[in-house]
Design a protein around this ligand. Structure first.
Ligand code: SF4
Length: 493
């Protein structure tokens, strides 16, 4: 058995991962996008060597499923022959519209490239686990707020200038904010954080860094003295305005002990986590029309639950090619962005996509449902997640304003965090979990084939019990897990 069958590792093209339906590979083109012809060729290759299912992940990676050890090698050779350079090393993510979004605060690509180079020069790639990642978010129409990363840099306006808000271990809502600094410092803190993670081993993430390490990262400008003055080190996010004192410590950047007296920060970096004053705002789904540079529009089209048969992707891409699309980008949020076609082509392209079953509206309920492949695609699955999801979407359009997670088993691959409602497959059928993760003991069960009926009953309950102005998610919280599970369990024909 090969070493790359370990679940949880990153299934790069050169290191496929074993799943219930064979090997899976994940690839990210170095170029931001692919030409339609290249995407068609890639999909044909996926059809030849895999099971014909293609996926775009929540992070915007392309996945091909159902490979064998032999066919994975053939696929890799064909990708190579197509001239598609795939990304290696620590993932440094930028948004799909980076550099062409008229609304972005800063073009994140130059900083991302400098971090990439610095990480390589520091020799960190082989010392870090495959899932350690960095986000460099220039802001704009399609932010990366929903993407979890070990280190995240977000462009923010500061007076007449722009600085980078540096945070660690989380997404745009819950990452711990360390500092707001210039691009040089942002790069250095990023490398320092990754060095600390590497020192903890290949299983480590930024969430494993100690409070002392976070404090040293937040205060490193003061400690190293390598800048004349930090633009800002957490000056405005303390709920208590408390001060903390740093002991003399080793600079995480230079590795040289500093003899400077203790510096004083205006905030504990750990308080920043709770302050709620990070750069927030709901991420916009990458579906629909978005103005881009040159007075044109890009059209975002989603893959339901992140996957589509390759033949449908080929049909859509052929249509795009005919209509004048020059580039197709992978977008975080399980979508593709079509660029270059004349504006008049967007409507017919959208119509074709809808006819093929793609997601063409950000209001489509399927965008609120996270569903892993489940049975029969995944050997660990206990319920047919996608069938359940389709039935729920068909019956409950407009009723659910929260993320519904349908998980084939307790692993919760499609949505590792808590969801307002989770249906999870297990020995007792399809369990219902309220406001928790798929790993939580369900509050009630139904047979897997009948789970959609139970969710429809819960949706009906929300309709009748909801207070004026109350969201469905808030209503669920108010009704409580036991009451919701009871409705789910008792649903009749
Ligand atoms: S959560 Fe879904 S994809 Fe992940 S192991 Fe379980 S059934 Fe498979």
């Amino acid at each position: 058995m090969n070493a790359f069958s370990r679940r949880g590792a990153c299934p790069a093209l050169s290191a496929p991962m074993q799943t219930g339906d064979g090997l899976l590979v994940r690839l990210n083109p170095v170029a931001r996008g692919l030409s339609p012809k290249l995407l068609i060729a890639l999909a044909e290759s996926a059809q030849r060597h895999g099971n014909g299912i293609m996926e775009v992940t929540a992070r915007g990676s392309l996945q091909i499923r159902g490979l064998t050890a032999e066919s994975a090698t053939l696929l890799a050779a064909e990708v190579d022959a197509l001239g598609i350079a795939v990304r290696t090393g620590v993932p440094i993510e930028t948004g799909p519209l980076a550099g062409i979004d008229p609304q972005e605060i800063a073009d994140p690509r130059p900083l991302a490239e400098r971090i990439r180079v610095a990480v390589e020069e520091a020799g960190l790639t082989p010392r870090l686990g495959p899932k350690v990642s960095v986000v460099v978010d220039g802001g704009g129409q399609l932010t990366l707020d929903a993407v979890t990363a070990d280190v995240r840099l977000k462009a923010v306006r500061a007076g007449s200038g722009i600085v980078w808000s540096v945070s660690v271990a989380g997404d745009g809502r819950n990452a711990k904010v360390l500092a707001k600094v210039d691009a040089d410092a942002a790069r250095d803190i990023t490398v320092a954080a990754l060095r600390m993670v590497a020192e903890k081993g290949r299983e480590a993430h930024a969430r494993d860094l100690s409070e002392r390490q976070l404090v040293s990262l937040a205060g490193w400008l003061c400690l190293t003295g390598s800048r004349e003055a930090p633009l800002s080190v957490l000056p405005d996010i303390s709920p208590s305005r408390g001060e903390i004192t740093l002991s003399p410590m080793v600079s995480p950047i230079s590795g040289v002990a500093k003899e400077k007296p203790a510096s004083r920060l205006l905030i504990s970096p750990l308080e920043g986590e709770m302050s709620g004053r990070t750069e927030r705002g709901a991420s916009r789904r990458p579906i629909g029309l978005f103005p881009v540079a040159g007075d044109t529009f890009t059209l975002g089209i989603g893959l339901p639950y992140g996957s589509m048969p390759a033949d449908k992707l080929i049909t859509l891409t052929q249509s795009a090619l005919t209509l004048g699309t020059s580039e197709i980008r992978l977008a975080a949020g399980r979508a593709l962005l079509f660029l270059g076609q004349p504006h008049a082509a967007n409507q017919p392209l959208q119509t074709t996509a809808a006819t093929l079953g793609f997601v063409t509206s950000p209001a489509d309920l399927r965008t609120r449902i996270a569903a892993c492949p489940g049975t029969p695609a995944c050997g660990s699955g206990r319920i047919a997640t996608r069938d359940i999801a389709e039935a729920i979407a068909a019956e409950n359009a407009g009723d659910l304003d929260f993320t519904l997670h349908i998980s084939g088993c307790a692993k919760g691959c499609a949505h590792p965090g808590p969801a307002a409602l989770t249906i999870v497959g297990g020995e007792n059928g399809a369990g219902l979990v309220v406001n928790a993760t798929a790993k939580t003991l369900p509050a009630g069960y139904r047979p897997g084939y009948d789970a959609a009926r139970g969710v429809s009953r819960v949706a009906a309950m929300i309709r009748s019990e909801r207070l004026q102005g109350e969201t469905a998610a808030a209503c669920l919280t108010r009704l409580g897990a036991a009451g919701v599970a009871d409705a789910y369990r008792r649903a009749q024909n």
